[in-house]
Design a protein around this ligand. Structure first.
Ligand SMILES: Cc1cc2nc3c(=O)[nH]c(=O)nc-3n(C[C@H](O)[C@H](O)[C@H](O)COP(=O)(O)O)c2cc1C
Length: 193
């Protein structure tokens, strides 16, 4: 079955570690015969959630920016690959700003009891790719919690993530012994239908 795979590059560094891993994942998904779409978060204009709760009324955000287009893609795709670095022990700001704006989906789901997805579609599964400069214990814990909550909100099952500590400079991930192979395997597992 041909799946629609949405990749979101969340790092501001286009030549960075997480984006390199994501590009490998997208190449793998294409090779497996799936449709892929890659979005660079840094290309989008996304305003932070203002906490105004206007979305509580009808499940519609009153901020008219690029997030609306991204939300449509998040509704339509079957598989998701989120590539985001660790900044200050959590996901980087660009990623968190995107996630906070999912409050609209929270309102639709829990206040308005609306289904966000096509009932007959394939199971939705998401893969989280991340790198961190340090090898601190629990360096990915906070980020994983945010991504898991984001996925849960969108009825996306959380796949075994690919997390690489001790990777700091842009491009350093290339020297990692297994990272690209790990990502290829995780993407193959993700896209088995
Ligand atoms: C503002 C900023 C904050 C960071 N905070 C952390 C941190 O708290 N812990 C850590 O291990 N690495 C931290 N790093 C290092 C990044 O996680 C690391 O460089 C990562 O590989 C970047 O991925 P990218 O190349 O995809 O952007 C930080 C980097 C920046 C720029």
């Amino acid at each position: 079955m041909t799946l629609s795979v949405l990749g979101i590059a969340c790092s501001p560094r286009r030549n960075g570690n997480t984006t390199s891993l994501l590009l490998e994942a997208m190449k793998t998904a294409q090779h497996e015969g799936h449709r892929t779409e890659l979005v660079y978060l840094s290309d989008l204009h996304i305003t932070p959630c203002q906490g105004c709760n206007a979305c509580s009324a009808k499940g519609i955000c009153i901020i008219n920016d690029d997030l609306l287009k991204l939300q449509e893609k998040l509704i339509q795709a079957d598989r998701f690959i989120i590539a985001a670095p660790i900044f200050f022990m959590g996901v980087n700001g660009q990623t968190k700003i995107m996630i906070d704006r999912m409050q609209t989906f929270w309102a639709r789901k829990y206040l308005h009891h609306q289904s966000l997805i096509k009932p007959s579609g394939p199971e939705r599964i998401g893969l989280f790719l991340s790198t961190a400069g340090t090898e601190k214990v629990d360096v990915f814990k906070c980020a994983e919690r945010s991504i898991q909550t984001f996925f849960h909100m969108l009825d996306i099952k959380y796949a075994q993530p690919c997390l690489f500590p001790g990777i700091d400079q842009a491009g350093e991930i290339i020297q990692h012994q297994t990272a690209f192979d790990d990502v290829r395997k995780a993407t193959q597992a993700l896209t088995i239908s």
